[in-house]
Design a binder for this molecule. Sequence first.
Ligand SMILES: [Zn+2]
Length: 156
Amino acid sequence: MDYNEDKIDEYTLALLYLVTHERQEGMGARAWKGFDWETLNRLHEKGYISNPVLKAKSVGMTEEGFLKSKELFERHFVKEIKTLLFPKLTPPAKKRWEQIPEKIRKDILENVWCSKCRTMVALQLREGQMSGSSVLLKGTCKICGGAVARVLEPGS
Ligand SMILES: [Zn+2]
């Protein structure tokens, strides 16, 4: 069978996040190791986990491995809706943004220039912050997924 090892490694590392325990901030974590043996060996060679040959039922994850695992898990398995509902806005940006009537906010988010699509697109709002006295909204294009941003001048 000819399969894509890098992809297997990526998904296995992502799934390891589900079985992590003993997480120590900055020090990695441990994860149960009921996964394909050769894949675990490759993840070890890539520096994400400790040597899986040891007898323990779990394997040590390096800090890099844990963070990568978390990122991949979120990328592949977390339902999009969570990020849709909770864009991260700084408190002053949130305050300004929420002063704008909802209908206008909707119009603003649905008419953002995407330089990749070369047209006006809907912005998937991810974060917002103040830039001087303007509100800077950042997110991704709902068509191509590329980064897009919109600046709201004061009084607009
Ligand atoms: Zn686009």
